[in-house]
Design a protein around this ligand. Structure first.
Ligand SMILES: [Zn+2]
Ligand SMILES: [Zn+2]
Length: 261
């Protein structure tokens, strides 16, 4: 089995003490590549530091919608510079809209999101989107400003939203929510509807630990992306080995990597 954790935050301080062990466990489970996602300046810098000397790790940079009120042209320039200067930076994001917790005002979120769509296009990078409860605004902005190059990470929308994103050309990121009994029920209904070449899998570690592991360990880690793959194969009634290869290649294509394993 060959796995690509397309979205994790192993820069989180909860890994400071045992990152090498975490990466070792991932490797033994078949996780041969991973994307460490930046959500602001500090996490971007830490992700780049983690990727240094570890060829199977790539990173992204961006400003999370929660942080949009701190978005400024100066900060965006700084992140753009990091993306240009570091070969490990292969995507832009997380960016998007989150009206669930509203840590930043809607207006700031939308301005910051639009600006980042433009920057990613200039840099030729795919986007990593975070969307929650945006009441259609996310789709409206994507439809008018996006270029179809990106992934809606941790997809948790409706069937209509799913088809809208697919129609615009985007890929869909599936997390361990798929494995969770109640919370994952809707996602399990939609998962078979996604074309095979548009699926990515992710942990979003340290968050969203899959079931039943979550009853034993609280912190998620890249090795656990295997449970997402296995559950997905089961739901789609397909061979896990084959599905893992397809998803690995989907992820390589999106992030422009060429890992040979
Ligand atoms: Zn997110
Ligand atoms: Zn994330």
């Amino acid at each position: 089995m060959i796995l690509f954790d397309s979205h994790c935050h192993i820069d989180d301080k909860s890994y400071d003490k045992d990152l090498d062990e975490v990466l070792g466990r991932a490797d033994r489970e078949g996780v041969k590549a991973l994307m460490v996602v930046g959500i602001d300046l500090e996490t971007t810098q830490k992700a780049i530091a983690i990727a240094r000397g570890r060829n199977h790790i790539i990173t992204s940079t961006g400003i999370h919608p929660h942080d949009a009120s701190h978005c400024s042209p100066g900060l965006l320039d700084e992140l753009t510079g990091l993306a240009r200067d570091n070969d490990c930076v292969r995507a832009w994001g997380e960016t998007g809209l989150d009206f669930n917790r509203m840590y930043s005002p809607q207006k700031d979120q939308e301005t910051c999101f639009s600006a980042q769509i433009g920057i990613a296009a200039d840099l030729g990078l795919p986007l990593i989107f975070h969307e929650r409860d945006s009441r259609g605004r996310f789709y409206e902005i994507l439809k008018s400003e996006g270029n179809g190059n990106g992934v809606v990470h941790c997809f948790s929308g409706t069937k209509e939203e799913l088809f809208n994103y697919l129609d615009l050309g985007y890929s869909i990121g599936i997390t361990g929510i798929l494995t969770i009994q109640k919370r994952g029920a809707e996602l399990r209904e939609m998962a078979p509807l996604i074309p095979e070449d548009r699926i990515l899998i992710e942990t979003d570690a340290p968050y969203l630990t899959p079931a039943p592991i979550k009853n034993k360990v609280r912190r998620n880690e890249p090795a656990f992306v295997k449970s997402v793959l296995l559950r997905l194969a089961e739901i789609r009634n397909t061979d896990p080995e084959r599905l893992s290869e397809i998803i690995f290649e989907n992820t390589q294509k999106l992030y422009g990597t060429d890992f040979t394993v």
